[in-house]
Design a protein around this ligand. Structure first.
Ligand SMILES: Cc1cc2nc3c(=O)[nH]c(=O)nc-3n(C[C@H](O)[C@H](O)[C@H](O)COP(=O)(O)OP(=O)(O)OC[C@H]3O[C@@H](n4cnc5c(N)ncnc54)[C@H](O)[C@@H]3O)c2cc1C
Length: 512
């Protein structure tokens, strides 16, 4: 096998027959060392190993402030997408139980939810995924090290074990995929001592009880949504706007629905302090920024969902020459995920300007591995990544928000088609469908290329995923209208939009 030998900063391929530990000849132990075994790091390391590269992946979880820890797999598996979607499902089932009675199911006795049962089941599933990842790494001959990595120089990684043992690894290429962690506000007394974050929520053994969720990101709204859905008294505190970066009309529908669903909102409010009372309850004081008045209430839990910080601080990046955005703490990356040091790459949540989403991290990681192995020159395309917010009323979208399309193209150069529709399933159960809405933002001229597609309603992720492919292929309004619907579905309604906002006509869909 060819190994990679080096002079001081120069590279040449040699015919060394095996890898040896870093020694006088300067041969590297690995083609690739990946720091971070989350969505991106695991995908990258497995792909590289499959392509014949010698790979090591380092994954280490720093316990949360509350001491919560978890296994390999990163945010998505342990404290993100997976437990979140399962708890969202728990909430949807609660709503379905109510619907069920209208459909003839006879449910005797009161319906109640048991956090412990749900949490145990979710946590067991997560542990099975941790195990699955370890097995896959073994099968693919990726060396997995449960150690904290940092850079010594551009080819050397320091590994620090939990027991404090240190060793170094050398590699031709190094990949940083260390993701991010939730932020705590530093200016709110009591916030850190008494609050939790999404890193803790999914691993709680007991119900969080009456909960204040601070923040209005998708993480905040999703958590508040499922907490409400399983019957907990839940309040969301919003400083400015919900779902920043998303289409604001759609964001309004999502939060309106949540309010009707039972989530309480404290709009335009900022937390001031959190104090623990002798009863154990948390007394939260906040300021209503519109009136300037302070208000108070007590909660069992305060969940901070006020943003995330990239895990870049302890990597010794800058000393090795890897440039960071000083404000965001993220790593400046090129289109090929390269950093300012030629053989060091970064992607996923640590990459400046990258979407903080699992599928983009996975795809970017696989493509990087293929490029490093000389299999392809294909770059990750980060344009128009579809996504879905798993709130009680789900919201899926791909492409531009209406306000962003207006900003880029001008109001007169876009046409927005929309429809309020009623999912068939909502009729018998008499569920409120007033926020089930579709919006297709198009160019105004020609075939009316679709610029953005937005959908609120059941299974928004499934609906949006399909249309995202059409979008990727450059779909126009004509294509959408030519598409035959699948009856009777909610997705079908997208193929039928024909009322433009400009026309001022009622966009409510009537009939079937
Ligand atoms: C509550 C929540 C819900 C989410 N829901 C969705 C969703 O529905 N869909 C979606 O697409 N995305 C979702 N995300 C985002 C998604 O989880 C992340 O974008 C994705 O996990 C990022 O992958 P990554 O590989 O960049 O980092 P991560 O998955 O975070 O992995 C990084 C890993 O590196 C480890 N690490 C850090 N520093 C070191 C070090 N020095 N040495 C060794 N290891 C280290 C970390 O412990 C971690 O295991 C959600 C996130 C949250 C918080």
């Amino acid at each position: 096998m060819a190994a990679f030998c080096r002079g001081r900063y120069r590279w040449k391929r040699t015919n060394c027959s095996q890898f040896v530990t870093r020694n006088l000849t300067g041969t590297f132990e690995y083609h690739l060392v990946v720091i971070g075994g989350g969505s991106g790091g695991l995908a990258c390391s497995k792909e590289a190993a499959q392509l014949g590269q010698k790979v090591a992946v380092l994954d280490y979880v720093e316990p949360s402030v509350k001491g919560t820890k978890w296994g390999i797999g990163g945010t998505c598996v342990n404290v993100g997408c997976i437990p979140k979607k399962l708890m969202h499902q728990a909430a949807l089932l609660g709503t379905a139980l109510n619907d069920a009675q209208k459909y003839g199911w006879e449910i005797h006795g009161p319906i109640s939810h048991n956090w412990r049962t749900m949490a145990e089941a979710v946590q067991n599933h997560v542990r099975s995924l941790n195990w699955g990842h370890r097995v896959q790494l073994q099968d693919k001959k990726v060396k997995y090290l449960n150690v904290k990595g940092s850079l010594v120089d551009e080819h050397t990684v320091k590994c620090l074990s939990k027991a404090g043992k240190e060793e170094t690894l050398t590699a031709k290429n190094i990949v940083i995929a260390t993701g991010g962690r939730p932020k705590y506000p530093t200016h709110v007394p009591g916030a850190i001592e008494h609050g939790i974050t999404s890193d803790d929520l999914f691993w709680l053994k007991e119900t969080p009880g009456k909960t204040l969720v601070v923040g209005a990101s998708y993480v905040a709204l999703e958590c508040a949504g499922f907490l409400t859905g399983i019957g907990l008294d839940t309040t969301v505190m919003v400083r400015s706007i919900p779902l920043r970066g998303f289409d604001q009309q759609m964001a309004g529908l999502v939060t309106d629905y949540m309010e009707a669903y039972g989530t309480k909102f404290c709009w335009r409010s900022v937390p001031k302090s959190v104090a623990k009372l002798s009863s154990g309850a948390l007394q939260v004081t906040w300021t209503d920024t519109q009136t300037g008045q302070d208000k108070q209430d007590t909660f069992d839990s305060v969940l901070w969902a006020v943003g995330r910080v990239p895990e870049t601080k302890s990597l010794n990046l800058e000393n090795v020459g890897v440039q960071l955005n000083q404000e965001s703490g993220k790593i400046f990356v090129g289109a090929d995920e390269s950093t300012s040091v030629p053989n060091i790459y970064a992607f996923g949540d640590v990459g400046e300007g990258r979407p903080e989403l699992t599928p983009t991290a996975i795809k970017a990681g696989k493509l990087l591995a293929r490029r490093l192995a000389g299999q392809t020159s294909e770059l990750m395309n980060y344009d128009s990544v579809p996504t879905t917010v798993f709130t009680p009323l789900e919201y899926g979208c791909v492409g531009l928000a209406e306000e962003e399309a207006e900003r880029r193209y001008g109001k007169d150069s876009i046409e927005v088609y929309h429809a309020f529709y009623k999912p068939l399933e909502f009729t018998v159960s008499e569920r409120d469908a007033s926020r089930c809405y579709i919006k297709v933002v198009c160019e105004r001229s020609g075939d009316q290329k679709i610029l953005g597609l937005h959908f609120t309603g059941p299974n928004a992720g499934e609906v949006t995923q399909g249309f995202a492919m059409g979008f990727r292929c450059g779909a126009t309004l004509t294509h959408l209208k030519e598409t035959v619907g699948i009856h009777p579905t909610c997705a079908e309604e997208l193929t039928k939009v024909n009322i433009s906002k400009r026309s001022g006509l009622d966009p409510t869909v009537t009939g079937c």
